[in-house]
Design a protein around this ligand. Structure first.
Ligand SMILES: N[C@@H](CCC[C@H](N)C(=O)O)C(=O)O
Length: 288
């Protein structure tokens, strides 16, 4: 099957975007993996599918597949690219759209400076909804909130690590580190992603707090490995930092691929994420 695609990136988190507004392409998990493959396919951290509105009150539906072919609930950097895509392809003339994802409705809108701001909805803290299996564990009080202390393996060199756990529609475990350059992202990332306490696996954030309005972040993403930026990871890290009393309500997040600005005003409030969304190229590819 030959398909048209658009390659996009948001702060270096890169995507293959597919227009499925005229009908689903019916791709299999292996075909998503092929598209994401950097040697044999196009290359991407995630594949984003743009579908027509599934119900009244929303403009589009948004499907997300990780590079490993698995479908997931949410993708923040992708949401900004989604708005850029539907505008550039004449699918809408609106500056803001309501988009149905697996985990609820999000609202990307164009900012005056050309970046895109997304209302990502309110973070979720109930352990069962993250999902995080807290049976038999005690949350330890930390800066007005709590962290969970998890052993990453039985190896003595894998110390017990305090994590803030929450969902931005997708699951995140955030740890605070002294310096993201030396943080054990490659070593700990897979252990955290597959930790048995996270039945749906988890995205692993490594957060360095520079000051109350500026952090540095690396994320080892579920189903994709370390990416240059993770939008939901940035939201989760800032929300965690705010609840732990370490950050103000508006924070610039420095990732390896660019800056994301995250704003959050407390439990029950939606997280606003602002950042770039860029089209890289378009093409066609034969998908086996
Ligand atoms: N890159 C994304 C997150 C994509 C999904 C994630 N890997 C998951 O499995 O939940 C972002 O920008 O949020």
């Amino acid at each position: 099957m030959r398909i048209r695609f658009t390659k996009m990136q948001g702060a270096g988190n890169d995507f293959v975007v597919l227009d499925e507004t005229r009908g689903p392409l019916g791709l299999t998990s292996l075909q998503y993996q092929f598209l994401a493959d950097r040697h044999f396919g196009v290359g991407a951290d995630q594949i984003l599918s743009v579908r027509p509105s599934p119900s009244e009150g929303v403009d589009f539906q948004y499907l997300i597949h990780n590079a490993d072919g698995g479908e997931v609930e949410q993708c923040g950097n992708g949401a900004r690219c989604f708005l850029r895509f539907v505008r550039e392809h004449g699918l809408t003339t609106q500056d803001a759209v309501r988009v149905q994802t697996l985990s609820g409705v999000i609202e990307p809108r164009l900012s005056d400076d050309g970046r895109v701001t997304v209302d990502m909805g309110a973070p979720i803290f109930e352990t069962a909804r993250i999902p995080f299996d807290a049976a038999g564990l005690d949350a330890l009080p930390d800066g007005g909130w709590e962290t969970w202390h998890l052993a990453l393996s039985t190896k003595p060199e894998h110390a017990i690590v305090p994590f803030a756990v929450l969902s931005m529609g997708n699951p995140h475990a955030v740890q605070i580190v002294d310096d993201i350059e030396t943080a054990p992202v490659a070593e700990q990332g897979p252990l955290i992603e597959h930790h048995p306490r996270f039945p749906q696996r988890v995205n692993a954030g490594f957060l360095q707090i520079v000051d109350r309005t500026h952090v540095r972040l690396r994320v080892y993403e579920r189903g994709a490995g370390e990416t240059l930026a993770c939008g939901t990871g940035a939201c989760a890290a800032v929300v965690a930092g705010i609840r732990l009393g370490r950050l103000d309500a508006r924070v610039d997040v420095e990732t390896r691929g660019g800056i994301l600005t995250i704003e959050w005003h407390g439990v029950g409030q939606p997280v606003q994420m602002t950042g770039p969304a860029i089209t890289v190229f378009e093409g066609e590819i034969d998908v086996p």
